[in-house]
Design a protein around this ligand. Sequence first.
Ligand SMILES: Nc1nc2c(c(=O)[nH]1)N[C@H]1C(S)=C(S)[C@@H](COP(=O)(O)OP(=O)(O)OC[C@H]3O[C@@H](n4cnc5c(=O)[nH]c(N)nc54)[C@H](O)[C@@H]3O)O[C@H]1N2
Ligand SMILES: Nc1nc2c(c(=O)[nH]1)N[C@H]1C(S)=C(S)[C@@H](COP(=O)(O)OP(=O)(O)OC[C@H]3O[C@@H](n4cnc5c(=O)[nH]c(N)nc54)[C@H](O)[C@@H]3O)O[C@H]1N2
Ligand code: SF4
Ligand SMILES: [Mo]
Length: 880
Amino acid sequence: MIRTTCPYCGVGCGVQVQAQTDGWAVQGDAAHPANLGRLCVKGAALGETLSDHGRLTQPMRRARGAAPQAVSWDAALDEVAAGFARIIDTHGPEAVAFYVSGQLLTEDYYVANKLMKGFIGSANIDTNSRLCMSSAVAGHTRAFGEDWVPVSYTDVEQADLVILSGSNLAWCHPVLYQRLAAAKAARPQMRVVVIDPRRTATCDLADLHLPIRPDSDVRLWNRLLVHLAKVGAGSGDFLAGTSGADAAVQAARAEADDPAQVAADCGVQAEALARFEDWFATTEKVVTLFSQGVNQSASGSDKVNAIINAHLYTGRIGRPGMGPLSITGQPNAMGGREVGGLANQLAAHLKLESPRHRALVQQHWQAPRIADTPGLKAVDLFEALHEGRVKAVWIMATNPVVSLPDADRVRAALARAELVVVSDAMAHTDTTALADVLLPATTWGERDGTVTNSERCISRQRPFRTAPGEARPDWWILSRFAAKMGWGAHFDYTHAAGIFDEYTRLTAAGNQPDDSPRLLHLGGLSGMTAAQYDALQPVRWPVPAADTPAATAPAHYRLIATPSRSYPHAVDADWPLVLNTGRVRDQWHTMSRTGMAPTLAGHRAEPVVDLHPEDALLSGVRIGELARVQTRWGALVARTTSSGDMRRGEAFVPIHWNDRTASDARVGALVAPVVDPVSGEPAFKHTPARVVPFPVNWQGFVMSRLPVDLAHTDWWVRVQGAGHVRFEMAGRQIPDDWSAALRRWLGVPDDADWIEAADPEAGIHRAAWLVNDRLQACVFISPRADLPHREWLSGRFGERALSVPERAALLAGAPLKGGDAGPTVCACFSVGRNTLLKAIRGGCLTPQAVTAKLRAGGNCGSCLPEIRTLIADLQPVEAA
Ligand SMILES: Nc1nc2c(c(=O)[nH]1)N[C@H]1C(S)=C(S)[C@@H](COP(=O)(O)OP(=O)(O)OC[C@H]3O[C@@H](n4cnc5c(=O)[nH]c(N)nc54)[C@H](O)[C@@H]3O)O[C@H]1N2
Ligand SMILES: Nc1nc2c(c(=O)[nH]1)N[C@H]1C(S)=C(S)[C@@H](COP(=O)(O)OP(=O)(O)OC[C@H]3O[C@@H](n4cnc5c(=O)[nH]c(N)nc54)[C@H](O)[C@@H]3O)O[C@H]1N2
Ligand code: SF4
Ligand SMILES: [Mo]
């Protein structure tokens, strides 16, 4: 049994992996402080993603326009080194760049940063954390002088008021959400407030939901500050040691003096706002947890500081059960920040702008040079690539053709670049498709190193399976490249432990309370042997060496005046909707790992655009049909839904689908390249948009064990099933002979066992192909989206031979005896909607009763909000 850490979200759950005859069993690690044994459905389904299928297993080189060719590591790295050296010689170090990721391990990140900032001599290394955490980093740095996260998960449990702002914790950090839910159940006096324009699953726990108008957060928090000042909630003692309070309150007053006006501007009810103000003012233990609804905004840094202001003003920081908590997204977003993965940082929380700090780092690295001006931030970096100012880019562990704003321009920038190097674990992503050199990296299960989670807890990721082919750790790849560039002596690492040691010593270098003090101190972890490093237990920093005095709180706190900014692109008659983008429960980013797990495909199988019903009506689109979502930057096609969670004037589209998983669903292409002026973080939650019909003449789906010809479709989505793949599809062109067309799409031989049913007048065609009574493929076509549930059919692919009744039921798409489970709600135990409804009708009127009967909701609990909604929907309406 191997103990390691989940590769998904920043909760950083410990997992135990056990080899089995047919794969790996994964379960929560009861000894890990982040999860104490719990896992969410993504973590629990990790075993399904451990396959060599689709992996990049060899270095590849591709001449433009040609197919990639496998080459040796030596040849691939020679080519990368020659390309980088040539461009640096001709155009200087600013003409090359690294674009890295919060999914690298700390050791990989440290080496990449050292190589770029100390040896190549430019700060052109930025990370996808720019898209994620950089507003929080900017806010922390402005308020605390250092990127310090002052709250732990235990503080969240101990708080009496927990404010979740711009965070869909139930879906994005499910284990922390479950901890919060359990704490609230144990102490019902705890209150939860959710601030989010959408009514998300997280609102299930909320005593108060403020469905604010997009990007009106700063105004709301300014209003709170005015209220706190008015009722005398300021903490005199604490404030005496801070600066900026008067200016912050004054700036807030200037725009938020009138509560009725603020409520109207923020689009919330005046009483709700008053309740929020009152709860905050009168509760000592307050935690404000925030995420992308705060960070990813043209005013992201100000949102962060407006939140921190309220905590500083009341002195609610640095004590149990209180403080502002920026929850990190990626498994090692925090680790990347520690080692300086952003273009405006150095390493170990040392500052690029400080000559003393630069000297300290240069000395530690024995580096020939040290970058002294900030490099290009992600959005600017790809713009510079487009303009030819940057000529070579090396992308590691991120998929920018999907995840950056204005993503079509990003794709064009890569196509124009002189040299594109991509290190990835997977062979086929939208970004690897544009690489000149492709380098196979190890990934979770194979790689070895450390990550830091949202509460500053460092844990080990440990390898337990053999890397396929020639895949290598990212630090190894970077070190070999460094050797080819002539810096081998400085990168002669043989094990991740040596890198970690070098890093921990840098955190201690010159780190004295009276001289260059930094809170990030890992001196106590220096000097470990490889064996000690392998055995390292989860530990929260700071970890100073014994007897070393170390800072435990910032030397100085600063309140920042945050006047509201106007948003650069306003909605208007042509672009009447605000496009908001974010996550769904069971997929991770661009689906390169979660897309392989059939268990995770059931919850949300296809991209949707969620709309308020009145906006759908005004846009002329029917709920449940396909629609085109357009902005000034790009367009996509998605099915419309109306979850009931949306405000008027807004549309929500999930981020996960890409050109590998759908014909036309990369939402990044629609997002305006607008960034926060302080942090450079893109405003992913706010682009003016419109929705128009996407007319088709037929819709349908196929499920098949073999590849399917999609050339005749105008829209498709790929859904991973067990033993088969499903394609949802639609088209305009109606084939003359449907039967022949379907056989051609599926590749059905003439003598196949092929059953078919059609109502040609009605445009309905259904067929199935069996091989020795085993289901090989099936297809369902209709003019509308009125197709059978996919779940029962999908389950038939798991059977060696179909029974006679099952064969007879195939073309109905449902069992003859009834009992189709319906769409999956509980992914952990595969419990469908129909099964749940039946149990609720049968008297299970609480989630506990449903769990007792069906187990649904009893594992990760992520589906409990949906189960609660189903129960509420079926409750008899009480007489008014
Ligand atoms: N299932 C799943 N979990 C994940 C990930 C994943 O891909 N899938 N990714 C991980 C990563 S890297 C990250 S960064 C986190 C992100 O975790 P979250 O930030 O919780 O997730 P998002 O869905 O991006 O956005 C959160 C919410 O912000 C709201 N919002 C939009 N505009 C505003 C606004 O103006 N003000 C406020 N207050 N709220 C607004 C949105 O409606 C949305 O519900 O999730 C992590 N966890
Ligand atoms: N519209 C919109 N866009 C967004 C967001 C949003 O809310 N809305 N959120 C943004 C945020 S917060 C984030 S964090 C980003 C995430 O966006 P990305 O970072 O682009 O997403 P991933 O799919 O996680 O990409 C990780 C890649 O690393 C590869 N990989 C996995 N393990 C390893 C490894 O060990 N080494 C190497 N070299 N490669 C590996 C995977 O195969 C995959 O291709 O998206 C951002 N983009
Ligand atoms: S909450 Fe889920 S995705 Fe996040 S670390 Fe824990 S198991 Fe992994
Ligand atoms: Mo993120």
